[in-house]
Design a protein around this ligand. Structure first.
Ligand code: SF4
Ligand code: F3S
Length: 107
């Protein structure tokens, strides 16, 4: 089991999650973060930190977002680790809560 970053992170990327992860398992892409399921120790610390409520335990990923379980695993292998908080993307507040953001995922 691991935690999973889901769609609402896309185009927001607040990065508060990175600050609390004890095992540095977040990886960063152009407009999205993912969790490496092989590194996540299920500590739960990141989940309440995300202002976009984008992080879920693998067994609680909302209906329709299941594709993000595999996406986290795949993209974690391609993207570098992020350990420092960064500024959110410029229009993060505007995009927070919008649906259908997966089409904007940049790889
Ligand atoms: Fe890191 Fe813990 Fe979140 Fe897993 S649950 S990504 S170990 S903070
Ligand atoms: Fe994304 Fe939330 Fe982290 S928006 S970068 S999962 S704090």
């Amino acid at each position: 089991m691991a935690f999973v970053v889901t769609e609402n992170c896309i185009k927001c990327k607040f990065t508060d999650c990175v600050d609390v992860c004890p095992v540095d398992c977040f990886h960063v892409g152009p407009n999205f973060l993912v969790i490496d399921p092989d590194e996540c120790i299920d500590c739960t610390l990141c989940e309440p930190e995300c202002p976009a409520n984008a992080i879920f335990s693998e067994d609680e990923v909302p209906e329709g977002q299941e594709i993000f379980i595999q996406l986290n695993a795949d993209l974690a292998k391609q993207w570098p680790v992020i350990t420092e908080v960064e500024k959110p993307l410029p229009d993060a507040e505007e995009w927070n809560g919008k649906e259908g953001k997966i089409e904007f995922l940049e790889r």
